[in-house]
Design a binder for this molecule. Structure first.
Ligand code: UGA
Length: 428
């Protein structure tokens, strides 16, 4: 290793890896970022950004001199002491986390006393211990990532907390990681590896639980004539509850919550413990998308031959990530009922085209809504709030909107000529 020019090593340049690499470079460090995907590395070397994430493009450009992209792990080992593992851990068919990419990284490492593995990938509790059994003298630090897609750069640079788990033997490596993060502010939580791994899984599971909880409150609110947005506001002002993650809607998607909630449930199950609460959280989340069908049918009768528009396709705004997006389930359900589906998203169309079959894509909202029988607002892109909804109502065959994110003002939408349905809102 060349100590005169020590860099931070990043292995895997997906969302977490690329954002981490860019942000470490932004804070002044040299970074060597590696991925086995040659096309991705070639694109990054050309200065092309492989993900849609606000702020990342400028940051990569600004720090180009400090960033090296490579497909060769030897380049990383040559220049970096801390190796941040950021490869993905997608779900397997059983719902467990697939650790094959993490294992592939570990196989490339040697117990040479010069490197430490810093695990940023989301892994089941116990992974660090298993790696230590395989390579007892490879220093290991668990440093889970809590960034949110769409605000990842800001989250990285202004963390609420930084969790660093390591055994006493690896204190030097944990100290080195702490040195990197301390200038960013946020509480530093030093703990053991297993607890650090659990903090990550439990945090995501808790946030997912909040969402499923408020979605069930929304469903009951509809029955009793309450408005869930009012209920959430009133609840959230209690500091013990908090207002965030109490937005009722179509449920949670993305590459993390569905996977991590399932992985925690499976992890518990593998030890013989049935995690009853998470089983319900997952079930509520699945049913939430299906309830939209009932809302449409209440107004349109059978959906056969109807044309329904999905407005927004990504799992949330400011990203083109389609993983576990509600739009995928909705398109399939609508087609299952015999409806035709038109879709529009400001940025996710290229990724969506790979996943959605027999869906017509419209280049603009106006084009999408022309002659349509209903529109479902799936992703709350800010620009959808600025649309001339009265003009759009005039273009539709039936101006019916299901606001799957409770994003629009029901009174304004009704004044614009729409039949408006939210999730758990009054005036149905
Ligand atoms: C989530 C966590 O928020 C991050 O802290 C974590 O680091 C990340 O997973 C991860 O494990 O990598 P992310 O998946 O980017 O981040 O997205 P969120 O903003 O958390 O949203 C997840 C889903 O929940 C979205 O589909 C969103 O629409 C939905 N959601 C969120 C709601 O339905 N209601 C809410 O109140 C909040």
């Amino acid at each position: 290793m060349n100590d005169g020019n020590e860099a931070i090593g990043v292995i895997g340049v997906g969302w977490v890896g690329l954002v981490s690499a860019a942000c470490f470079a932004e804070t002044g460090y040299e970074v060597v970022a590696m991925d086995i995907d040659e096309a991705k590395i070639a694109a990054l070397r050309r200065g092309e950004v492989t993900i849609h994430e606000p702020g990342i493009e400028d940051m990569l450009q600004r720090n180009a001199e400090r960033l090296t992209f490579t497909t060769d792990i030897a380049d990383v080992l040559e220049r970096a002491r801390l190796l941040f593992c950021c490869v993905d851990t997608p779900p397997t068919y059983s719902g467990d986390a697939d650790l094959s990419r993490v294992q592939a990284v570990v196989r490339e490492l040697r117990e040479d006393g010069e490197h430490a593995l810093v695990m940023k990938s989301t892994v089941p509790a116990g992974t660090g211990a298993a790696i230590r059994r395989e390579m007892p003298s490879l220093p290991y630090v668990s440093c889970p990532e809590f960034l949110k897609e769409g605000s990842a750069v800001n989250d990285f640079l202004h963390p609420d907390r930084v969790v660093i788990g390591a055994s006493a033997d690896d204190a030097w490596a944990a100290d080195a990681v702490e040195d990197l993060y301390r200038p960013l502010g946020g509480e530093i939580v030093r703990t053991d590896v297993a607890s650090s791994e659990m903090i990550k899984l439990a945090s995501n599971a808790f946030l997912a639980t909040k969402i499923s909880f408020i979605n069930e409150i929304a469903n009951v609110s509809e029955e009793v004539g309450a408005d869930v947005t009012e209920v959430a506001r009133g609840m959230g002002l209690d500091k013990r509850i908090g207002t965030s993650f109490l937005h009722a809607g179509l449920g949670f998607g993305g590459s993390c919550f569905p996977k991590d909630v399932n992985a925690l449930k499976m992890l518990a199950g593998n030890t013989g413990y049935h995690f009853q609460l998470l089983t319900s959280v997952i079930e509520v989340n699945e049913l939430q998308k299906r309830r939209v069908m009932k809302k449409l049918e209440r107004h349109l009768g059978s959906l056969a031959g109807r044309r329904v528009v999905l407005l927004g396709l990504a799992f949330k705004p400011n990203t083109d990530d389609m993983r576990e997006a509600s739009s995928l389930v909705l398109a399939a359900r609508l087609q299952g009922e015999g409806a035709t589906v038109t879709a529009h998203d400001p940025v996710a169309e290229p990724r969506a085209r790979e996943l959605l079959r027999d869906v017509e894509f419209a280049a603009s909202v106006e084009e999408a809504l022309e002659g349509a029988d209903a529109v479902i607002l799936v992703t709350e892109w800010p620009q959808f709030a600025e649309l001339d909804w009265a003009a759009l109502a005039g273009r539709m065959a039936t101006p019916l909107i299901v606001d799957g994110r409770n994003f629009l003002d029901p009174d304004a939408m009704r004044a614009a000529g729409f039949t408006y349905e939210g999730i758990g809102r009054t005036g149905v």
